[in-house]
Design a protein around this ligand. Structure first.
Ligand code: PHE
Length: 364
């Protein structure tokens, strides 16, 4: 063996063990430079070829090329092995538990009042109602007078009104400010501003000075108003039956319309739904007990007149309901006052997931 071929064999052993010893990609890169780089060991030997005679140059040249290829192949193999090792290590340490829920446990809840309002809106929108709004600070005319409450009428006292200081810029009944005692005031606002036919619901805060298990000074109502040329009491009954069956999710819900009195409707009725209170629990739609849930009637001709609508041409119905009350009945919430205590434990228990969909009309 020539001296040169011995050198080559020795270099091969040396470089091979360096490659094997490189245990990360960075040190392997160093070995690569040492072996194959411009100033590397194999290149150094290549440079000596020029001084050799043609025969020796040929064999040595070939041997060096073989060495170069072998070393390059070893480096590649080691590189692949190191990359795989790095990936395996990453996979082992950066584990993802796919059985964990995608989000942290939900923290926020939809308040039962918001949920119920969503449901009401969905049901009445399906029946072709649009939503109207009005101010919570009202005047005596919109809240009482235009709704056919005569001056000094006891019904004004019935509603435990919160009166506000008079507005110096206005005159008469419009100067007398109050917190609206019902959403019926928005009937007046809508009827004075729009032309029939109309089909609206109004939802919002109302205020009465009262506080016990079933009364809070602020509560929510929903009002319905339908005015056109032919709407009659049968339409009122049909509309409320459809609503109650959809909202309480009970088909053929027992209902009764009891004659009642409101200054702004004639005839007027209160609506009861059938329930059972056996065993302390309340079950809606079964048994022989009754629960009052809303007031309604045909809009009084005086109210239409007060809003500039001709009562000989137009007629219609209105209804009003307490939103807390129907939420309590549907979701089994026993005390009205708890709605407004902002107790997180209460909300965790009675609140709704933001992804819950409000119920839809039957058949949807
Ligand atoms: N405004 C009435 C109340 O608050 C409810 C009602 C509305 C009754 C519309 C008849 C028609 O008690």
């Amino acid at each position: 063996m020539t001296e040169m071929s011995q050198n080559i064999a020795q270099l091969k052993t040396e470089l091979s063990s360096m490659i094997e010893a490189a245990n990360d990609l960075e040190s392997l890169e160093q070995v690569k430079v040492t072996a194959l780089g411009k100033k590397g060991r194999i290149t150094d030997l290549m440079k000596t070829l020029g001084q050799m005679d043609p025969e020796e140059r040929k064999t040595t040249g070939q041997a060096l090329n073989v060495l170069k290829d072998e070393i390059a192949a070893l480096i590649n193999a080691q590189e692949e092995a190191l990359k795989k090792q790095a990936l395996d290590q990453k996979l082992a340490t950066e584990t993802i538990d796919v059985t964990l829920s995608a989000r942290p446990e939900r923290e926020g809840h939809i308040h039962p009042i918001s949920q119920t309002m969503e449901e009401l809106m969905t049901i009445f929108a399906d029946m072709g109602f649009t939503v109207a709004e009005g101010p919570e600070i009202e005047d005596d005319w919109h809240n009482f007078t235009a709704l056919n409450f005569p001056p000094g009428h006891p019904a004004r006292e019935m509603q435990d009104t919160f009166f506000l200081p008079e507005d110096a810029e206005e005159q008469g009944e419009r100067a007398k400010k109050l917190l609206r005692t019902h959403t019926s005031s928005v009937q007046i606002r809508y009827m004075t501003e729009q032309k029939p036919p109309m089909r609206i619901i109004v939802m919002g805060r109302t205020y009465r000075s009262d506080y016990d298990m079933t009364h809070t000074p602020m509560f929510h109502q929903i009002e319905g108003l339908v005015i056109d040329e032919n709407t009659n009491m049968a339409h009122l009954k049909g509309c409320l039956r459809d609503f109650c069956e959809t909202y309480f999710e009970v088909e053929n819900l027992p209902m009764r319309f009891r004659p009642s009195f409101f200054p702004f409707t004639e005839p007027s009725a209160e609506v009861d739904i059938g329930c059972s209170r056996e065993g302390g629990g309340l079950k809606i739609g079964a048994g022989d007990d009754w629960l009052e849930i809303l007031g309604c009637g045909m809009v009084h001709p005086n109210v239409l007149k007060n809003c500039g609508i001709d009562p000989d041409k137009y007629q219609g119905f209105a209804f009003g309901m307490g939103i807390e009350r129907i939420a309590m009945l549907k979701y089994g919430i026993p005390d009205l006052r708890t709605f407004f205590e902002s107790d997180k434990r209460w909300l965790d228990h009675y609140g709704f997931s933001p992804l819950d969909r409000p119920n839809r009309a039957f058949g949807d």
